[in-house]
Design a protein around this ligand. Sequence first.
Ligand SMILES: [Zn+2]
Length: 119
Amino acid sequence: MNSDFDAKWNELAEEVMTGMKEWRLQHPKATLREIERALDERLAKMRARMLQDAALASAAADIQASAEEERPVCPECAAKLEPRGKQERHITTLQNQVLQLERSYGVCPACSAGFFPPG
Ligand SMILES: [Zn+2]
């Protein structure tokens, strides 16, 4: 894991806390439900950013970098995927935040299907 995360993630947490304090000042009569929603909204953004950063730090999904015998296989024909560089992948998280990840992409030499390996 990259240690740059420390500063970046502290900043994210700071944003959530400052944002929440400001929101509370602007909404002195908010109900518990409204406060919860405002907080969840901010936490979801932080969560997505942390997930994105942590996922990008994962070397496991890099086909090019993995040894040939460790390469992922095609789920249809079990042939080893051939690396095709990196492509942008959009993933929606459980809380509906969209992540943009640079992911290694592989193509099956047998059936030509293309995959983003899991990870
Ligand atoms: Zn295949």
